[in-house]
Design a protein around this ligand. Structure first.
Ligand code: ADP
Length: 334
């Protein structure tokens, strides 16, 4: 159990669909993205044509899947859901594309992980609403062009930097999702508490929001852990005091750092004198996969002002030394 993972954990699935905002107006925060998307959708509605293909880019847990479903709801269209890793064979994608009905939304999560042949098929589908189906093998193989219904592709990616140019260029609109402010997370929490019937007090909401790493998925998960504690060890009300006690049980500290984040900072400071050190060395020191350190710990440590990425490696900031109760040396940045 990883209370602060931004990725969907097995225990999240059912409750997440209950907590998902259904319409754009219900979607908290991301005001720029919401305004831009509102224009894109309204423009399309007036023209009576499907909107441009939309790319949603940003870290996990910020609401990309929710927005994709909302786009469908706002258009009154069905949403077909798949993911990059599921489209290993171009044939799987061809089947999905040829089953689309005019105006449908096709949502491809983790689109940066799509296999090359499927990606190439997508180019033509996005541009001309056509697929080339290859029939037969070897020299006798022929390719048959097939029209597909005009649709809107919504792609989501946590790593827009690794998307190929040709794919990126075929999206008419890219929405960059940002981490949420503590105030926005409080609104997410109040909304979720109302749906789940949790007695969340304002000071409790503030405390949970501050430790949720800018991420609604984490805020919702911490709310459930805090609710358990409130019901089992207190009178059911989630106050600041209850939230603090509950999150201490799960090793979530004041800043929303967990055991692994603190281990990373600790290794950086104590074993490598604050760095610079390469991320793979750091990962070995804490016994974790480099990708976990790089994709889960680092973005938040950087955002929290604890860690800096330099060309020579990772460096602990003065705030990191202080967070561990140590006096920062003169060379520590910030
Ligand atoms: P992603 O696809 O980016 O990983 P999701 O759309 O699955 O994120 O969001 C995870 C959960 O966080 C959702 O179930 C939803 O309850 C909550 N959530 C995300 N964004 C918002 C938001 N803007 N307002 C309210 N709840 C949100």
């Amino acid at each position: 159990e990883a209370p602060l993972s931004p990725h969907a954990e097995p225990g999240d699935r059912d409750v997440e669909s209950t907590l998902r905002p259904r319409r754009l107006a219900e979607f908290v925060g991301q005001s720029r993205v919401r305004e831009q998307l509102d224009l894109v959708l309204e423009g399309a509605r007036r023209r009576g044509a499907p909107p441009d293909h939309v790319l949603l880019s940003g870290p996990p847990g910020l609401g990309k899947t929710s927005l994709a479903l909302i786009i469908g709801a706002e258009l009154g269209s069905a949403v077909r859901v798949t993911s990059g890793p599921a489209l290993e064979r171009a044939g799987d994608l061809a089947a999905m594309l040829s089953n689309l009905v005019e105006g449908d939304v096709l949502f491809i999560d983790e689109i940066h992980r799509i296999a090359r042949p499927a990606e190439e098929m997508l180019y033509l589908a996005m541009e001309d609403f056509r697929v080339d189906v290859v029939v037969g093998k070897g020299p006798g193989a022929t390719s048959i062009p097939l029209d597909i219904a005009p649709f809107t592709l919504v792609g989501a990616t946590t790593r827009s930097g690794v998307l190929t140019g040709p794919l990126r260029d075929r999206f008419g609109f890219t929405a960059h999702m940002e981490f949420y402010s503590p105030e926005e997370l409080e609104r997410v929490l109040r909304r979720s508490a109302a749906i789940l019937g949790v007695d969340l007090r304002p000071d409790g909401a503030e405390e949970v929001a501050r430790r949720s790493r800018g991420t609604p998925r984490i805020a919702n998960r911490l709310l459930r852990r805090v609710r358990d504690y409130a019901e089992v060890r207190a009178d059911g009300a989630v106050t600041r005091e209850v939230a603090r006690a509950a999150l201490a049980v799960y090793d979530v500290d004041e800043l929303g750092l967990d055991r692994l984040d603190r281990a990373v900072l600790d290794a950086l400071v104590r074993s490598f004198h604050g760095g610079p050190v390469g991320v793979s060395t750091l990962a070995v020191a804490v016994g974790e996969e480099p990708t976990t350190v790089e994709e889960v710990c680092e973005p938040y440590l950087v955002r929290a002002g604890m860690l800096a990425r330099t060309p020579r490696g990772r460096v602990a900031t003065a705030a990191a030394w202080r967070h561990l109760g140590l006096e920062p040396p003169g060379h520590a940045p910030g």
